[in-house]
Ligand binder design. Sequence first.
Ligand code: SF4
Length: 291
Amino acid sequence: MQKGGGKMAGMPVDISRLFVMLLEQCNFSCGHCAWKDGRLEGQPATHPGYKVSYAQMRTCLTEVQELQCVQRIHFSGGETTLWKDANKDFVDLLIEVAAAGFEPSFITNGSSFGRYDKCQEFLERYLSGSNRTLHISHSLDTFHGNFHARKGRAKSLDNLIRFGKGQRAEKQDLLHMEVNACISKDPDSLLPKDMIEYYRSQGIGFLFCPVRPSGKAKSISHLCPNTDSDTPEELGAFYPFLQQYKDYMKSWSRCVSLYGEKYQFPDGKVAKLRELREFLVDSQSPTSTPA
Ligand code: SF4
């Protein structure tokens, strides 16, 4: 287990990633969305209009820097690119994360990249303000409906690829893009094969994820793959992608999540924002009891 450094010196702190549930706001209305009525199931911190503020993010960055073991900070939503607070927008936030010593990462529905000039402005600003790799995970599937079904292309992804190819090699290396595609048991939920092949030939990786029966997706729970099983009957169209998904989930096993004013650990323990250090010190104490 990795030891924490700085003020955490000597403490066993084993966290490699921070997941930030950034905001509820979204400009899509997908039927498989984990949000319903402005809330995420099992997350009482979330509510209609939920958003992590700039001040909260600054506090979080300072606390997580002290751990000296977190490498990547991943933002999810809602639509992450819509985030704004205290005269800062999402690109400002990504640059601050990079400047604080972390690799920023985010998932997007692609709506901010549908126009090339907007895509260019976003990425040029990031690249001029940072020299750390930016990981962009583009949700792209039949549930989001954000691609041209007949052509098998997505304008937003084409724009991201076009921008990347126009950069010098050292800048290209700072942009890591992949597609995150949701799949149900239904074979009709799969992306067209030739579309996947085309984007793979452009250097884009694909991660296939199961639709989860929470939030709005509860209404289609009969179509949600059961990932506790490994049978084609329980997994349907997701069956071929189960192992890749399980391997991917292992990379998140050492992850702490931020929901507004609280951190949540993989074992379910919860720490308050501004009290991370005290929480970790207490949790190492021989007399500590589970939260
Ligand atoms: S699934 Fe993603 S893009 Fe779709 S409504 Fe939910 S947050 Fe928005």
